[in-house]
Design a protein around this ligand. Structure first.
Ligand code: V07
Length: 255
């Protein structure tokens, strides 16, 4: 069974047959859209969709880890999501707690390192604490980085990075011209990660909604109609296979 579905690769990793070992994206970013619509379709409350979506996070994390992806960034909550009804926001803010309560042993066993990027200060204290603790508990893990964007906005991130970079320059008596792309990128929340090779958005919307605006300059985009709770490991493999068949040019011409 195992041998039929997977081919052994050079290392210890087993890959789905559709994929080649080279060109595995180092960094995949996902906009996990369609949880509310998934619930509506089933006449369930929106929070039922969010809960199901959290289970998908677990499955996709494991699948990405098995593929050998280095960083998986998931858009969990945007700075605009505070506009939602209070009870929905409250439910969403408990999901990180729920997530680590049920999933920490598996994350540790899979050698996953957790990071959370975004504006932590505005989060409920319990959420802040669980996030801090998860990052601390997993900090020596050397496998997949599971990076949650939580209370995150792309434009706000760029402004913060520019302010922080300028502050640094002023302290060094630097000039405005010294604010280069490299210097600004060093102040982004993703400074230690490669830029996303592949950006996936579920549920059929074709926009980036203020997600990682700086970092996706050269990312390949993959849009899929399925709602996030229905997205599975085979869909992730399909997205990566599509990515592997594309030629990236980074503004140049392909050889
Ligand atoms: C949330 C489930 C996935 C679909 C998108 C909306 C609902 C996992 C987390 C999470 C965040 C940080 C963290 C650990 C887990 C999460 C929110 C919503 C707000 F450190 N899923 N998930 N956070 N959904």
């Amino acid at each position: 069974m195992f041998n039929k579905l997977f081919k052994k690769t050079n290392g210890t990793k087993a890959l789905p047959q559709q994929l080649t070992t080279d060109k595995i994206p180092q960094h995949i970013a996902i906009i996990m859209d369609g949880n509310g619509r998934w619930a509506n379709k089933r006449l369930l409350p929106r929070i039922a969709g969010h809960k199901e979506g959290m289970d998908t996070v677990k499955k996709i994390t494991m699948a990405a880890s098995k593929l050998g992806v280095e960083v998986l960034t998931l858009y969990a909550f945007s700075t605009e999501n505070w506009k939602r009804p209070t009870d929905e926001v409250q439910f969403l803010m408990k999901l990180p707690v729920d997530f680590f309560d049920t999933f920490m042993p598996e994350l540790m066993a899979e050698n996953v390192r957790v990071n959370v990027m975004g504006y932590h200060d505005a989060l409920p204290l319990q959420t802040q604490n669980v996030v801090k603790q998860a990052m601390e508990t997993t900090k020596n893990n050397t496998g997949l980085v599971l990076n949650f964007a939580l209370n995150y906005g792309g434009r706000a991130e760029i402004i913060s990075a520019a302010q922080s970079a300028m502050r640094e320059l002023l302290a060094e008596n630097g000039t405005v011209e010294q604010l280069t792309e490299e210097r600004l990128a060093a102040h982004l929340m993703t400074s230690s990660y490669p830029e996303p090779d592949l950006l996936i958005r579920t549920s059929g919307e074709m926009r980036v909604s203020n997600f990682m605006l700086w970092q996706i300059a050269y990312s390949e985009f993959y849009f899929v109609d399925k709602h996030w709770p229905d997205f599975n490991a085979a869909d992730l493999t399909e997205a990566v296979a599509t990515y592997q068949h594309r030629t990236r040019r980074f503004g140049g011409i392909s050889k």
